[in-house]
Design a protein around this ligand. Structure first.
Ligand SMILES: [Fe+2]
Length: 331
């Protein structure tokens, strides 16, 4: 039932974003992490050691590919050469799915290496949906789009971000990667209720969560991925999981990265937020419910600690302080 409601996407459990600083540790220790998300661009054109490491890890763990260059919102033509590289890498790693962001990253062939926001209106919705259909036709496998964090809004926007995501996912028939930290960051920067956002998006299309830390600058928040997840974001995650049931959950940590055990322990905190009274969570297994693709490959099993009941705290999450300048975003 839940598999069907997740569009066929499996619940992989609790994963960690693969970062090169942890390569040696992972190969040596085979830590008991459920799955890894890899940044697609780090492996598209690489050979040698990065490819060797990815091959080793893909033999031991489920892999999901997360991209930063699709530029689905750009007016440039879709980069078909890039899409075909993605497709080949996904076939090679047997990636469970491929994701990217609702954003644009460049125009006229120039890549800004930033995840830039788009105006949210009927014209951009039709543009993104049409391109998503092409992307999925080319990739011939599940595709998932993530809500970005943002620091500006547009006078031309006529839809809320959650309205846009809902219609986009339904019209393009794609999955959603809900980054709960991004929702929180944007809710501070643009003064909206993050729970209204979470309540409104189509839960059956959410196939992955992202969690991360951010930097609160007092007047605004920046999505820096440089620390642990703060309590209000955990509470939003719990709020979302009560509505979605089991969904693959991934922690991103991209700056001031600590040793692997610290990053892994951070994502496992998510278990504390899966309460017995949380509806669909009550029967959840945190183990991946799909077999590893490589015969004989083994993810070490582990005992699970008792799940602590956590009471979600109702508190105002948004402040009235829309930001009117652009900041480079880490995603
Ligand atoms: Fe994210």
């Amino acid at each position: 039932m839940l598999r069907e409601s997740r569009l066929g996407y499996p619940d992989l459990g609790f994963g960690v974003g693969l970062r090169s600083v942890h390569f040696q540790h992972i190969l040596r220790e085979s830590p008991a992490v459920d799955w890894f998300e890899v940044i697609s661009e780090n492996f598209l054109d690489s050979q040698g050691r990065p490819r060797y490491v990815l091959e080793q890890i893909a033999e031991r763990y489920p892999i999901v590919m997360h991209g930063v260059s699709l530029s689905i919102g750009s007016t440039d033509p879709l980069d078909l050469a890039y899409l075909h590289k993605l497709k080949r890498l996904a076939e090679w790693t047997q990636a469970r799915w491929i994701s990217d962001h609702l954003c644009w990253t460049g125009v006229a062939g120039r890549n800004t290496h930033d995840l830039l926001p788009i105006p949210l209106n009927e014209e951009t919705l039709a543009h993104v949906v049409a391109r998503l259909r092409i992307v999925q036709d080319v990739l011939e496998r599940p595709f998932v789009l993530e809500n970005p964090s943002s620091y500006v809004t547009f006078a031309d926007s006529t839809l809320s971000e959650w309205e846009f995501l809902t219609r986009m996912a339904e019209d393009a028939d794609c999955g959603l990667l809900l980054d709960v930290n991004n929702i929180y960051v944007s809710s501070i920067n643009h003064d909206f209720d993050p729970r209204e956002y979470i309540d409104a998006v189509p839960h059956r299309r959410i196939v992955q969560f992202h969690l991360a830390g951010h930097t609160n600058c007092g007047t605004h928040c920046i999505d820096t991925h440089d620390g642990p997840v703060i309590d209000p974001v955990w509470e939003l995650y719990a709020h979302a999981r009560r509505q979605t049931g089991p969904v693959s959950t991934l922690l991103e940590w991209d700056a001031a990265i600590p040793e692997f055990s610290v990053v892994h322990a951070e994502v496992l905190k998510a278990r504390r937020y899966l309460t017995p009274t949380a509806g669909p969570e009550s029967t959840e297994s945190v183990r991946p419910n799909v077999p590893l693709h490589a015969p004989g490959a083994l993810v070490p099993q582990r005992e699970l600690p008792a799940i602590a009941a956590v009471t979600a705290v109702d508190r105002p999450l948004a402040v009235s302080n829309p930001v009117s300048f652009l900041v480079a975003a880490a995603e």
